[in-house]
Design a binder for this molecule. Structure first.
Ligand code: ADP
Ligand code: ZN
Length: 214
């Protein structure tokens, strides 16, 4: 099972891919999370990526393609994987093809721009373990602390309203064309992102059952 989640920033890709990962026992790979971890650790790649993410821009293709190549070669990807946040450009999608990766299903989670802006203002993340929450839609059981590791939650630096607008415009310009890229291969389905997280999960599950029969 090789699955891609597409969608605007904050559409719910990360949340849904974690759920699908737990359900099918395949890893969820988030380039955003890998990049944030590298920034937090202050690695060379992290330092190079920092300015791009802070301005709501994409990290250069060769950097993320390198990250993904390495990650997909790991053992736990043998039976499949879920990609969250990759590919984000046609160049990245072509690189995936060139690696010989045959994607089975692309699920695009559709959320209107005005709803995205609303959602992002409530997003909270754990800088320690990468878990993601929302003050209304997906609150932590430990309130202002991470329910997984107990560390205090924070607002992502790129979730500031002006940066969110930039990320949205980058999404429409660079990433949205991937829907046609994969539709032309007969692999892309759209799911309407719902206000209630579980409702989106139910729609995602329908598509997975249709594609994989389980
Ligand atoms: P979101 O989906 O909420 O925008 P992510 O966590 O997926 O956030 O990504 C955060 C940031 O990391 C992006 O705004 C971008 O700067 C960088 N990034 C993540 N994935 C990619 C990618 N595939 N290509 C280029 N940049 C990326
Ligand atoms: Zn945590």
């Amino acid at each position: 099972m090789k699955i891609i989640f597409l969608g605007a920033p904050g559409a719910g890709k990360g949340t849904q891919s974690e759920i699908v990962s737990a359900q099918y026992g395949i890893p969820a790979i988030s380039t955003g999370a890998i990049i944030r971890e590298a920034i937090a650790k202050g690695t060379e790649m992290g330092l190079a990526a920092k300015v791009f993410t802070e301005n709501g821009e994409l990290v250069p293709d060769d950097v993320v393609i390198g990250i993904i190549k390495e990650r997909l070669s790991e053992d736990d990807c043998k039976n499949g994987f879920i990609l969250d946040g990759f590919p984000r450009t046609v160049t990245q999608a072509e690189a995936l093809d060139a690696m010989g990766v045959d994607i089975d299903l692309v699920i695009s989670i559709e959320v209107a721009d005005k709803d995205i802006v609303k959602r992002m203002s409530g997003r909270r993340v754990c800088a320690n373990c990468g878990a993601s929450y929302h003050i209304v839609y997906k609150p932590s059981a430990k309130k202002t602390k991470c329910e997984k590791c107990g560390k205090r939650l924070s607002i992502r630096s790129d979730d500031k309203p002006e940066v969110v607008l930039e990320r949205l415009s980058v999404y429409h310009e660079r990433t949205e064309p991937l829907k046609d890229f994969y539709k032309n291969k007969g692999k892309c389905v759209e799911v309407q992102g719902q206000e209630i997280l579980d409702d989106t999960t139910a729609l995602v599950r329908q598509q997975l059952e249709k594609a994989f029969g389980k």
